[in-house]
Every structure is written in structure tokens, then in C-alpha cells.
Design a protein around this ligand. Structure first.
Ligand code: FE2
Ligand code: FE2
Length: 295
């Protein structure tokens, strides 16, 4: 492990306790998914958060660091940068079906956060003289996969990338001496914890009426997709991963640990009543059943 990574090992990536966001900390034991209204409230509050990226310190990276991270960060920056038109369209169709109109707003907030990730990384790259690209081959494959799919597959593919991002940005943070990039990674990591929860809860809702045998098959496919993606990213981004103190074994075990947490959240059987309480019809009007709970 390099000295920088060793120094970082004790650093935690927990959200900032001084923020009122503390009350929004996701827990794997939530009794039911958050309502879309609650997610919108969270995203709005998160947006107001002061990001405190130390740009004034300037950005300098040495030759070794540049070699290890430049092509890798370029690929992730391109991946973060999306208009999300197809996702918005599919989420709007779903929202109409279940009467959960705030879901589209929540999706727009999510896309906005991804674009902020792309902007921050882009600003760092310009300062560090790392050329930006519009897209990359892996990004094209991921986008095509999503465009061919309905909402469930689209969210499943996205959350796969987001779970891996939780490991990747940890490695990238520990791979760099640049204070601005370290701060950007920490903010992304904090955001992604909530993104994963948001997407997994929706998967649980979308899969709520699936019988156990079909659910087992679904989780099998999800696991296979994750396995392939974790392997691909771990190999393709090996220089960044290694510089950040992630041997392939560590990458693999941290990745699967994150996956298992996400899998529990996306399992509809974790939420009592979800399978029979998807939406309700009132006076001919379909209304979303996840009304806010009493505080
Ligand atoms: Fe992101
Ligand atoms: Fe994300």
C-alpha cells in the first residue's frame, strides 16, 4: 500500500455530522421506501450544501499521478455527464402508471447531482490539463444498454455503476495528492450512498409483485451484471485502483460488500406490506400509496 493510501486508511467517508442532512442518513433497516416527496426534500437540501472544494490551493499533480489517473478520471467524468432524457421519459411513464408524480422530480434532482459530479471533475481536469472527452467506449455500451431498456433495467444498470462508483472514488481519492480532487471524491461518495438507496428502493417497488422464484432469477441477473462490471472496471482502471491502495482482492471484497448492502435494500421482501400496497384507486383516480408516514 502506498504511503498516501496508508495515511487515508483511517479516514472515514461518513457524511458531515454538522449538517441537518444527518437526519436523512439512510439506514439499511428503513421499514419502507421513502416517498418521492421525501427524496425531493433530501435532494433539495443536499443541493444547498456548501461543497467547500479548495480550488484556491491550485491543482498540481506529478507525472506518476497523472499517468495513473488521467485516462481513468476522463472515463468516469464522461460517464457522469448525461442529460438523462431517456431516464426522465421512462420515469414519467412509470409515475403516470402508479400516480407517483413526484418521482419524476426526484429523478431530475438525481440527474442534476450527476451533472454536478461531471462539472466538478471537469473543472479539476481543466485545471490539471487533462483533456476532456465527450464519451468513451464503455460509456457508449452502458448508454446503449439503458436506451434499449425499460425503467427497471435502466435503474438496475445505473445502480450497478453507482455501487462500483462507491469503490472507485474511494480509490481515486486515496490515489491523489490534489486537495480539490480529494474533496470532490468525498462529496461524490456521500452523494452516491443516497443515490444507491434511491435507486434500490425504486427497484424494490418495481419488483414488489414478483413471486419469489422470479425474484431469485432477477437477483441472479443483477449479480451477474455486477460481477462483470466490477471485474471490467477493476481491470481497466487498475493503475488508479492500485495507486489508491486497492489490490484486486480488496477491490473485489469491498465491491461485493457494497453490493450486498444494496441488494438488501432492493429486495421488496424487506418492506412489510409493500407487495400488497403498491398503489390505491380513489374515486377513479390512481394515487401513490407511499404517502408520508407520521413522523
Ligand atoms: Fe455520480
Ligand atoms: Fe449517482
Amino acid at each position: 500500500m502506498n504511503p498516501l493510501a496508508a495515511k487515508n486508511e483511517r479516514l472515514t467517508l461518513l457524511p458531515d455530522k454538522s449538517s441537518t442532512l444527518e437526519k436523512h442518513q439512510p439506514s439499511a433497516l428503513e421499514p419502507r421506501p421513502w416517498t418521492s416527496e421525501k427524496w425531493c426534500e433530501y435532494f433539495q437540501e443536499n443541493d444547498r450544501r456548501f461543497s467547500n472544494i479548495p480550488w484556491e490551493a491550485g491543482v498540481t499533480i506529478d507525472k506518476d499521478e497523472r499517468q495513473a489517473i488521467a485516462s481513468s478520471i476522463r472515463e468516469f467524468q464522461a460517464g457522469e455527464n448525461s442529460e438523462g432524457n431517456h431516464l426522465t421519459q421512462k420515469s414519467a411513464e412509470h409515475a403516470r402508471q402508479v400516480g407517483d408524480f413526484a418521482y419524476v422530480r426526484a429523478i431530475r434532482f438525481l440527474i442534476g447531482e450527476e451533472q454536478r459530479h461531471a462539472r466538478d471533475l471537469g473543472r479539476f481536469m481543466i485545471a490539471a490539463r487533462i483533456p476532456l472527452v465527450e464519451t468513451t467506449s464503455v460509456d457508449v455500451i452502458f448508454r446503449r444498454l439503458r436506451q434499449l431498456a425499460g425503467l427497471e433495467i435502466m435503474v438496475a444498470v445505473l445502480v450497478t455503476a453507482e455501487i462500483i462508483a462507491q469503490v472507485y472514488y474511494h480509490a481515486l481519492r486515496d490515489a491523489t495528492h490534489a486537495a480539490a480532487l480529494r474533496k470532490i471524491c468525498e462529496r461524490i461518495l456521500r452523494d452516491e450512498v443516497f443515490h444507491v438507496r434511491f435507486q434500490c428502493e425504486r427497484l424494490a417497488i418495481l419488483r414488489a409483485q414478483r413471486p419469489n422464484s422470479a425474484l431469485a432469477l432477477t437477483h441472479g441477473f443483477q449479480r451477474l451484471l455486477f460481477l462483470g462490471a466490477l471485474l471490467l472496471v477493476g481491470v481497466k482502471h487498475a493503475p488508479t485502483r492500485r495507486r489508491g491502495g486497492f489490490s484486486f482482492t480488496r477491490w473485489w471484497s469491498v465491491g461485493w460488500h457494497k453490493y450486498e448492502r444494496a441488494r438488501r435494500i432492493m429486495d421488496p421482501r424487506q418492506y412489510p406490506g409493500l407487495q400488497t400496497n403498491l398503489s390505491v384507486e380513489t374515486a377513479g383516480e390512481k394515487r401513490h400509496a407511499f404517502a408520508p408516514q407520521n413522523p
